[in-house]
Design a binder for this molecule. Structure first.
Ligand code: GLY
Length: 396
């Protein structure tokens, strides 16, 4: 038997992380993407924030995010060594702050919920928060400190992942993937804008574009637009915060993620307007107004970039990680707001599946069978113990 040929469709953070892990394990990896390291992963803010993004009713996502953030330091260290360049992890932590009384009540709901789940968060007054982060303005009345919620420079991360994947032996085909090909029973390859690629196992990691690649994926992933801004500190302006700052401003969420060298990423709007990546005047206005309420000093910063990305939303906003449809087809998509956060645990889960082993426990709710079972015509879902055998690769 010859060594299985693996094709990863999509070179965003999920595709690159999975491809790097698979190539490092000695598998034969090709990555198909017309523009590697672009799309939503390039636009992203880079928060690794399972706790401060948590909300009642999303317990499975919280558990998965907590598991992934636990893996992040090791993932970043290993990646840094493999790539010979930093993965861009920042460990200063996160504060989440409120302005008006309605915002404070909402943060109290979040804090009570986290306390019920046994997750300790520290409640702080506005004054205590300003002692931690002098850049916070007087409108900040209270909030929480969550040191375990981290951040990553998404662009440093993508560069490191591509280098590490190539060093591990992955080949890149810079062509658009149009369809996963199968013979009715198992996958045979990938149709691209160039030559078709023969493959034994295809892993769809194409983010918001995943839904068009095979009939079993139709309707399972939707684009969720997010607009984001990049600012740069200028001489004489108030220094930037060192922690990620998440805020509620009159009920609207905004976040500010620091970068090395005085950069700030301000995000993000959220809208379901199809495959639309134009930046709107209203989006920029809202982000700047709300961020300035929390961090007044940014008025003196340079506005250096505005961009929009498409988050891949699944029917229940949990990712889709596992086998579905013809033999040899795996998916790792639907990560919605959490692609950066969930990259380490997703890559580990995909490698487990490729080796015919069970995924990490926290990943079990991401089994695509949960959504295909509800819509049988969308595809054949399979529970994990069965599916691991179906996509297993031959390594000889
Ligand atoms: N993870 C934050 C966002 O998607 O805006």
């Amino acid at each position: 038997m010859t060594k299985s040929r693996l094709a990863f469709i999509g070179a965003g953070v999920i595709g690159l992380s999975c491809a790097w892990r698979a190539a490092s394990a000695g598998l034969r990896v090709t990555v198909v993407d017309p523009a590697p390291a672009s799309g939503a992963s390039w636009v992203a803010g880079g928060m690794l924030a399972p706790v401060t993004e948590a909300w009642p009713g999303e317990e499975a996502l919280l558990e998965l995010g907590v598991e992934s953030v636990r893996r992040w330091p090791g993932f970043a260290e290993e990646l840094g060594v493999a790539a010979g360049q930093s993965a861009g992890l920042r460990t200063e932590g996160t504060v989440v702050v409120a302005t008006g009384s309605g915002d404070r009540a909402e943060l109290d709901t979040l804090a009570d919920y986290l306390a019920r789940l046994g997750r300790a968060v520290e409640r702080l007054s506005g004054r205590e928060l300003r002692r931690l982060e002098p850049a916070l303005g007087p409108d900040v009345r209270g909030g929480l400190s969550v040191p375990g919620d981290l951040a990553v420079d998404n662009r440093m991360l993508l560069a490191a992942l591509r280098t590490a994947a190539e060093r591990a032996g992955a080949t890149f085909v810079e062509s658009a993937a149009r369809a996963v090909l199968d013979d009715g029973t198992r996958v045979t390859g990938v149709r691209t804008d160039g030559a078709d690629l023969e493959s034994d196992v295809v892993i769809v990691c194409a983010g918001a574009h995943s839904g068009s690649l095979h009939p079993v994926l139709t309707g399972l992933v939707r684009p969720v637009k997010g607009e984001i801004l990049r600012l740069a500190h200028r001489a004489g302006a108030f220094p930037p915060p060192s922690r990620t700052v998440r805020a509620l401003v009159d009920g609207r969420p905004v976040y500010v993620v620091p970068r090395d060298g005085g950069g700030l990423v301000v995000g993000a709007t959220q809208a379901e307007t199809g495959f639309d990546t134009e930046v709107t005047v209203g989006g920029v206005r809202d982000l700047l107004r709300d961020a300035e309420r929390v961090l007044p000093g940014i008025a003196e910063y340079a506005l250096v970039e505005s961009a929009a990305g498409l988050r891949p939303g699944s029917p229940d906003n949990l990712p889709l990680v596992g086998a579905l449809g013809p033999e040899g087809l795996l998916v790792a998509t639907g990560h919605h707001r959490n692609g950066m956060l969930l990259a380490p645990v997703t890559a580990d889960a995909v490698l487990q599946l490729l080796h015919g082993r069970p995924v990490p426990d926290a990943m079990r709710p991401a089994d695509p069978a949960r959504v295909t079972a509800a819509a049988p015509s969308a595809g054949r879902g399979h529970r994990y113990p069965e599916e691991v055998a179906r996509a297993r690769v031959d390594q000889r």
